[in-house]
Design a binder for this molecule. Sequence first.
Ligand code: NCD
Ligand code: ZN
Length: 346
Amino acid sequence: MTISLTITRPDDWHLHLRDGAMLKAVLPETARHFGRAIIMPNLVPPVVTGAQAAAYKDRILAALPEGMRFDPLMVLYLTEDTDPADVAAAHASGLVTSVKLYPAGATTNSASGVQNFDKVRPVLEKMAEIGMPLCVHGEVTNHEVDIFDREAVFIDRVLDPIRKATPGLRVVMEHITTKDGVDYVKSNPKDLGATITTHHLIINRNHILVGGIKPHYYCLPVAKREEHRLALRAAATSGDARFFLGTDSAPHVDAAKESGCGCAGCFTATNTMALLAHVFEEEGALDTLEGFASKNGPAFYRLPENDGTITLTKQETAVAFPEKIESGDGPVTVFDPGYPVFWTVT
Ligand code: NCD
Ligand code: ZN
């Protein structure tokens, strides 16, 4: 039986597009289905100032194929030297949508992130005043904290104190991976939302490690135990407007992933909407997919919903997604859920 579902054109509230040849290769994979995306600023060097964000936005729009429509929502990378006035001006002009907080050393290209949170207090206070959202990579980086506990510890030691010290600051907990993250959002009804990735709804830590190490399932925050994956699925499909899609699609060429020290990141832009339809159908929750992918994000960011729609169709035979896309710098492996998927997007 063919089932089909038409939803408002979705947005991706956490996306890595990179730059140069990689940008050109991966941008159409997102722009094909998504109206907008929050563009992560962790380039080398990072996108720190309004001027750098404007230049990066121009490069993204220049890389967009003829006839495709896509609106990149730019983000500034918060450093201990970020100037509150530059942030406020970039936001007021409409150029920049949010600021990203990376604890120094938490993930790929985060060396310029924040070490001393007191140093960024003036920026956070300015953001609270103007209602500008802060996107947070929620993991501590202390060596004594186990990598599987870093999100839960971050909530207690860093996030909750920052939020208490900065009333009115609007925070997006990015790519939550734990029941602790879900519970923290649910118990704090004001000024807090969370993105959930496609791959964290599909894999747990066994997928990375059982039967041989699977570098294409390694991302940060790392996938956790099954109980956490189930909590994320329950949150994403619940209809609760505080949870929305941020794929964290993070392309790295195969040579960088399949290595003695492989990079973190799953590339899901190509098949995300099909995979989400599969997951939401499994949960008996196809009716909440539009909220998660197309409505809850704009509501949090106080932006209009996209014009237009996409249609998801379940076909009789499994869909053959490309195994890899060519980036110019080498092949990038598309996330493989490990089971057949019957949904396509038209
Ligand atoms: C991201 C990347 O490759 O830039 N990697 C990842 O595993 N998600 C960085 C990030 O968002 O943490
Ligand atoms: Zn990311």
